[in-house]
Design a protein around this ligand. Sequence first.
Ligand code: ZN
Ligand code: ZN
Length: 533
Amino acid sequence: MDKQELRSILDQVAAFLELQGETPGGARIRDAQEAAAAEFAQTGRSSTLDELREHIPPGLVEMLRIPGLGVSKVRQIHDALHVESIAELEAAAADGRLAALSRFGPKAAHNVANAIAALREAGTHRLLHHALAEAEGLAHGLAALEGVRRVDIAGAVRRRCELIQDLEFVVVHRGDESNRDRLIRRLREAPGVTALSGKPGAVTLRFRSGALADLFLASEHDAGLALVRATGSAEHVAELDARAGARGVRLEPGAAAWPDELSVYGALGLPWIPPELREGAGEVPAAAAGTLPRLVERADLKGFLHCHTNYSDGTTTVREWADACRAAGYEWLGITDHSESSAYAGGLRADHVARQHDEIDAVNAHVDDFVVLKGVEADILADGSLDYGPAILDRFDFVIASVHTRFGMNEAAMTERVLRALDDPRTTILGHPTGRLLLAREPYAIDLERVLERAAQRGVAIEVNADPHRLDLDWRMVRRARALGITISLGADAHSVAGMSNVELGLGVARKGWLTAADLLNARDAAAFLAYA
Ligand SMILES: [Zn+2]
Ligand SMILES: [Zn+2]
């Protein structure tokens, strides 16, 4: 048994329970730790910890990684400032709100800002939404420098990979090489930059915020080539180089005019390939054969699916959801609170279902160009049956069935459990199919191939859960699902209106999975969605 891992699990169990208000060192925490230790000894994982993770905002868990912020301070920050993410915490440290809290003060706030910088500097993997926000901020700052014509975000961020190690940019400078050298000197002195290394065409900047950025400098003539090289995976770029070699094309700066990406792909006899596909996973041959799919876009989405209201663990009312989705251009919205057995998430009590449905009816009576649908995120119980049972489930327009408990089951049992839920005629969508939390919790053991085959057979949709901590189903398996003819549902899993932006991340997964509008439930109108359900 891995003693270090066990120690870390027990510490986290205690920390998470304390975050929920349990007394440090109290009986509840000791019992939970004892149970967790016994299970870990047997199975090598802890469902107690897995389940605790379900109902703590992941941003708070991330904050616990900051040295000097124990549970009680994280709670204090959360309660007093409503801070739920590292980004929000960094903002609070910068604008004085953190310093103004009791037990903090300017010195402590400064230390928190430095610790966040140090975490970044560790250069380990980050979640896409953190990396994206950081990249956009850096690109904005770099673009303002004298001599810079424009800055493009490249690399894995542009490909919308779920985890990001490096931030890469193409910086297009004005004029020729002498301008480039002047720009490099200016970069060294730019505000917030603490170090610069590298060679003329490519430099790495280190910022005081802890961020590292790889910059590829290019003139306007070479900007397209630089962007293609800096965006594609190593495999994708190698395939392009091989194709160039075979066709006698010199893919080098100055060899031809490469003002944009189209000029590069065009020289290779290819159409432009969307960045999300540039993984070296068949996209180059498909482009050559003219069989690239027309990938789904935001404008294709008519329906907003999977959100929680104040009836369960969300903070937004039915009315507010309807207003926000209508304003964002959606035609319909599917509300899905947790079912009753999800006590951890304040699941919708059976006797509240009617009340919520009345509320939805009242909102629908007010508008004629938008409709709110009555959904539920029903727990798949350990035996594979759905929480609430048939009589209550039949009162909903559609059902997302999700696993939220007992993550520690072995693969055979977990697979049977989920297959049984797929067999239930009430199941419309299988929610977050592997239960993974990126960088925090492994997927549960499950035979995904069998699950996908059954979903295809039963006509059940599979969710791409767009919560940035989940992005589950993984894009690699999304492609497999598409090959099996499975319909995909893009689920925002939003607990507040701010979570609506999850959809952009989910779209990245859908596009990486080669999905077209026809593959997505959200691209249908409300009547077609209901017909499917
Ligand atoms: Zn869920
Ligand atoms: Zn949910």
